[in-house]
Design a protein around this ligand. Structure first.
Ligand SMILES: Nc1ncnc2c1ncn2[C@@H]1O[C@H](COP(=O)(O)OP(=O)(O)OP(=O)(O)O)[C@@H](O)[C@H]1O
Length: 681
């Protein structure tokens, strides 16, 4: 029967394979017999008196096996391949596909040409400074033909003697690109250079020089930064550069009133709006506010769009500001084309049509992920980077790693930065930090934690620990108001405070002079955060140290994070155990004071919450009652509520309705919104 099946379905192989198949079947039968015999012998050895029952079972088993064999589809190919009996294991469906997928080679992403072939920014700030000091050469600025005299003067006032490597690479390139006539359009650029390497001047100098010849005042450059503090910093740099020109710079950020900014931006003359500024420095949120609310705010003449800390702005959508900006630029062009807004002349129409600003992106951790960059719709982009100078890249040069593997997700830190770490126990971290500061005599340090609350608690404990020492520490976190933050920063800059305990809100971009040490009290969760934190020291060619406090659990993860980014761990430092033991009592006093303070705050919060909930309930009840004067009890309750309000705060309309005054005409939704607002306050 088996042979018949074989013959029937495999005509061609009939004559040639028949003997072979027969041989194989015989072999197989022989093999099975031998196996069976061996099993039997084994059983006999174990159980000399075989019961009738077992014999029957064996026979049944044998019979089953025969049956199974007969049921198996016999094909010449499968038989030919079959050397071992088929396994009875349960077969996982799709397992083959999975195995094949695992075997398949990893698909390699191919970098676009511009990312794979960047322009390298080369140079070592420290070595250059040493060389200059040794030779006492004439100020290098005078030798640079591309700098205008007003730029040189401004730089001199800023005590800048020579351009930094990133400035040497980027400034002449932008100037040259804009020197070419129409229809040439400059390529958009992305600049990835370490923290403190002078990226601000790299875009500010060419923009100011190129706009300095303008006749009519219009917004021609827009600089966007993620936070107000950074915007202020960049505004100051650009303002100093413009000091010897007619250019007007304006800062737009949520720290000012919108109306005040509108006044600074525009003036109305004979029914037409005229721009009073040439360069606008802003945050994305504030920009969107003005695009929506400021009549006459027009960006159709925009020539430069600078996005500083570009990866941060790309990661967070920030009210989709780029979309709003694009829509605004397109709308004004459409108005010109449709005739609703008459152009002055044909040349204006031509120049405004479809014209996009020159986009300049800067960051120390610029994403070199093509997908992310695509969102910015860059025009024939060009990359300037220091990343290929990484030790990891040099190590891998002989290997097969693609350029993509070597540059995407890799970041450089300043060459002047020394990185260290200190392993300690989780519960002793504040004490270890205190010991480190004392032992290494750190006098100007920034200490970063992962949250504003931790910064607050740590500052509290450190203040107690340092009470009898001449070290002052203060908190600087997102929990504080903008005014409080800037006062604290100023005090630190003036040397009134030795150390700031910060949250990551200010880890980026902030340029505080002469920070010797940056401590990560908690290891940064992301490599970008780490790069920006440690970048607050070792700026502008100065030396600096970054120390990370790690618990045993954090150690491996931290090491991996650095390795993935092409960085090494650095040296380990430690504190003397004697010092820690000596201050153990002080530490426990500080910790119990913290506990007391926390429970006090907790109960304060609970009381406020209860009062506000009561307020909301009372208001709800009053809403449903007819208009009537309040009872004495209700008046008293209202007084308690008004006590919660801050001094000087306006009395909300809700209170009027509570006092029995005629209810204002408002919708239910509006009223609810007001109540929530009041509760929030
Ligand atoms: N050519 C120069 N010579 C001396 N100092 C300079 C020069 N260029 C910039 N600086 C100084 O270096 C410091 C850092 O500059 P800047 O803030 O532009 O760095 P950055 O690369 O933008 O840093 P980050 O990535 O942290 O924002 C500033 O204090 C600036 O005044």
């Amino acid at each position: 029967m088996e042979l018949f099946t074989v013959n029937r379905y495999n005509d061609q192989a009939k004559s040639t394979n028949e003997d072979e198949i027969l041989q194989k079947l015989l072999q197989k039968a022989e093999k099975r017999k031998r196996k069976h015999k061996a099993v039997e012998e084994e059983k006999l050895d174990k159980e000399p008196q075989t019961t009738e029952h077992t014999i029957v079972a064996e026979e049944l088993q044998e019979e089953k096996e025969h049956q199974k064999e007969n049921d198996e589809p016999l094909q010449s190919e499968s038989l030919a391949e079959e050397e071992t009996p088929p396994s009875n294991d349960f077969q996982v469906l799709g397992a083959e596909a999975l195995a094949a997928a695992a075997k398949r080679q990893k698909v390699e992403l191919v970098l676009p040409n511009w990312l794979a072939h960047p322009t390298l920014i080369e140079g070592n700030l420290q070595l250059e400074e040493q060389a200059e000091n040794e030779t006492e050469s004439v100020s290098a600025l005078q030798q640079l033909g591309y700098l205008k005299s007003f730029t040189r003067q401004a730089l001199k006032q800023m005590k800048i003697k020579r351009p930094f490597p990133v400035q040497r690479a980027v400034i002449p390139w932008i100037l040259e690109a804009h020197a070419k006539p129409e229809p040439f359009r400059p390529r958009d650029i992305c600049v990835s250079a370490p923290t403190g390497s002078g990226k601000t001047l790299a875009f500010a100098i060419p923009i100011v020089q190129l706009l300095s010849q303008r006749v009519e005042c219009k917004v021609r450059a827009l600089v966007v930064l993620p936070v107000a503090e950074l915007a202020l910093q960049v505004y100051k740099v650009i303002s100093s550069l413009c000091s010897k020109t007619e250019l007007e710079v304006c800062l737009l950020s949520k720290q000012h009133r919108l109306e005040d900014e509108q006044e600074k931006l525009l003036e109305l003359y004979k029914g037409k709006y005229y721009s009073k500024v040439d360069i606008v420095v802003t945050t994305p949120g504030r920009l969107v506010d003005h695009l929506h609310a400021t009549k006459g705010f027009c960006l159709k003449s925009l020539q430069f769009l600078v996005i500083d800390e570009a990866d941060r702005i790309m990661d967070a959508v920030f009210q989709n500001w780029l979309y709003h900006l694009d829509t605004h630029v397109r709308e004004t062009t459409d108005q010109l084309l449709s005739g609703t807004q008459a152009p002055l002349c044909y040349a204006e129409l031509l120049s405004s049509f479809g014209k996009q600003p020159h986009k300049l992106l800067f960051s120390a951790t610029l994403s070199q992920d093509p997908e992310k960059l695509q969102n910015l719709r860059l025009f024939q982009p060009k990359l300037f980077t220091t990343v290929l100078n990484l030790p990891v890249f040099q190590l891998n040069e002989g290997k097969t790693d693609s350029v993509q593997d070597q540059i995407v997700g890799k970041y450089t830190t300043p060459a002047e930065l020394t990185e260290q770490y200190c392993v300690t126990e989780m519960r002793l971290k504040p004490l270890t930090l205190f010991a480190l500061i004392q032992q290494y005599k750190w006098k100007r340090f920034l200490c970063f934690s992962n949250s504003a609350d931790t910064a607050n608690r740590l500052a509290f404990v450190l203040k107690i620990l340092f009470q009898s020492y001449d070290i002052t520490v203060e908190e600087l976190s997102g929990n504080m108001s903008a005014l409080e933050r800037s006062t604290t920063l100023n005090n630190f800059a003036r040397g009134k405070i030795n150390g700031l305990i910060c949250s990551d809100a200010l880890a980026r971009g902030i340029d505080v002079a002469d920070v010797d040490i940056v401590i990560s009290y908690e290891a940064a969760r992301h490599i970008k955060t780490y790069i920006h934190r440690v970048g607050r020291t070792a700026r502008a060619g100065k030396l600096g140290t970054a120390v990370t406090l790690l618990s045993d659990q954090d150690l491996d993860q931290f090491k991996k994070m650095l390795l993935d980014a092409g960085k090494a761990m650095g040296d380990e430092i430690s504190v003397s155990t004697d010092f820690e033991v000596e201050h153990a009592n002080l530490y426990s006093t500080a910790m119990s004071a913290l506990k007391d303070q926390q429970s006090l705050e907790k109960s304060k919060k609970a009381i406020t919450k209860r009062r506000l909930a009561h307020h909301a309930k009372l208001h709800k009840e009053m809403e449903h009652k007819d208009q009537r004067t309040l009872t004495l009890m209700e008046k008293l309750q209202l007084k308690t509520i008004s006590d919660i309000k801050k001094p000087g705060e306006k009395v909300h309309k809700i209170d009027k309705s509570l006092q029995g005054v005629t209810k204002p005409k408002e919708t239910k939704r509006k009223r609810q919104a007001k109540i929530f607002k009041a509760i929030e306050k």
